[in-house]
Design a protein around this ligand. Structure first.
Ligand SMILES: Nc1nc2c(c(=O)[nH]1)N[C@H]1C(S)=C(S)[C@@H](COP(=O)(O)O)O[C@H]1N2
Ligand SMILES: [Mo]
Length: 377
């Protein structure tokens, strides 16, 4: 008997009580990098600093001109489009904060063994492309259809299932205008870089990363619910292995801090001087607009309101800046922030643990040591 792809995958598992990050997790972490948190200072994340997550390999696309995007399934007229065809439609640019649903996973106890994100799986870009609803209207999607399935050009095996990366959206979301879903061909005014989906990707503002299908090659309108691996096995909130679980959809609120002062190389502990320290950062939610940000410098015992900057130029799907002045006193401090949104969602202090380590938006604290003077050996 030959080996089958299914034999290659280890089953999903949780790390043991004192089990450190394994070589398998490290291999994923070096491929899938986060946003260096000091880059939270930028409204739009500079090239190369946006987080990256790719399940399999980044496809090699030497000639974007040869790429085809098909729109088929339950449609009146199937489409077969080149990049040039897509660029002939009216283009829309939307500033969007993307966050991986696994952000915060490695902070959970027990830790689900997977891409071990701390809190840095986030970034903001200006995405330009054709509204998906325009393409679905052009093809004449059946209004009675259920799901629209998006297929990427990347291929792999995951937990024993060989697959193309595929995700679906309900037809109402795919054709909706709040948010307006884009088939994006540009990131920050330039063609998409290979790691972000060259030459085409889906952008679903407000939804977690798994919905943002990169290297998009087909859009298929279906009359039955999509049950592919990334929809019905992965990306579901489950506490036990056997339950059906809730699907992961929109981004829960989160605020993050630009690490104050300067870091210790290994521990990343921050060092500040006594006196006023300007704390700043970003906050976002895909569920409703962010309504407030609070800051604690004592590990969550007391909270003070931060100043939340206005939404910039109508960019409602992008993170917002906040700031707060803290008077630091010598000693050790645990500095954290939490966001609330207009629908009453507040970042929890306790983890909402689930087996996939998904949508963990628990507040996290940064260790800050305040010392009066430099005193180096
Ligand atoms: N084709 C394809 N699209 C994909 C993925 C993938 O592995 N293959 N990963 C998804 C996940 S889980 C995330 S978090 C986002 C990351 O987008 P980025 O790398 O541009 O930040 O892409 C999504 N789109
Ligand atoms: Mo992700």
């Amino acid at each position: 008997m030959g080996q089958r792809p299914g034999d290659l995958s280890a089953p999903a598992r949780l790390a043991g009580p004192d089990e450190g990050i394994g070589a398998d997790e490290l291999a994923l972490a070096t491929r899938n990098h986060g946003l260096p948190l000091e880059a939270l200072r930028h409204d739009v994340t500079p090239p190369g600093l946006h987080y990256v997550l790719t399940h399999y390999d980044i496809p090699y696309v030497p000639d974007a001109g040869a790429w085809r995007l098909t729109v088929d399934g339950h449609v009146r007229t199937p489409l077969d489009l080149s990049l040039a065809d897509l660029l002939s439609f009216p283009q829309v640019t939307t500033r969007v904060t993307l966050e991986c649903a696994g952000n915060g996973r490695a902070l959970l106890t027990p830790r689900p063994v997977s891409q071990p994100w701390l809190v840095e799986a986030v970034g903001t870009a200006d995405w330009t492309g054709v509204p998906l609803r325009r393409l679905l209207a052009e093809a004449g999607a059946d209004p009675a259809a259920v799901d629209v399935v998006f297929t990427g050009a990347d291929h792999g095996v995951e937990r024993g299932v060989e697959q193309d990366y595929q995700r679906a959206l309900p037809l109402s979301v795919a054709t909706g205008d709040d948010p307006q879903v884009l088939v994006a061909t540009a990131m920050n005014g330039a063609p998409l870089p290979p790691q972000h989906g060259r030459p085409l990707r889906l952008i679903v503002p407000g939804w977690y990363g798994m919905a943002q299908v990169k290297w998009l090659r087909s859009v298929t309108v279906g009359d039955v619910p999509f049950t592919g691996f990334q929809q019905s096995v992965a990306y579901r909130i489950r506490r036990t292995p056997d339950e059906e679980g809730e699907p992961v959809t929109r981004i829960a609120p989160r605020a993050l801090l630009v690490p104050p002062g300067f870091p210790d190389f290994m521990s990343r502990t921050r060092v500040v001087r006594p006196g006023p320290v300007r704390l700043s950062g970003r906050a976002w939610s895909g569920q409703a607009p962010v309504s407030s940000v609070e800051v604690s410098t004592d590990g969550g015992a007391h909270w003070e309101p931060a100043v939340l900057d206005p939404v910039v130029d109508g960019h409602r799907w992008a993170w917002r800046a906040w700031h707060h002045t803290w008077t630091a006193t010598p000693g050790e401090h645990a500095v954290g922030t939490r966001a609330s949104d207009a629908d009453g969602h507040v970042q929890p202090l306790d983890q909402h643990w689930n087996r996939g380590g998904l949508a963990n938006n628990a507040v996290c604290f940064v260790r800050v040591v305040c010392v009066a003077d430099a005193c180096w050996p």
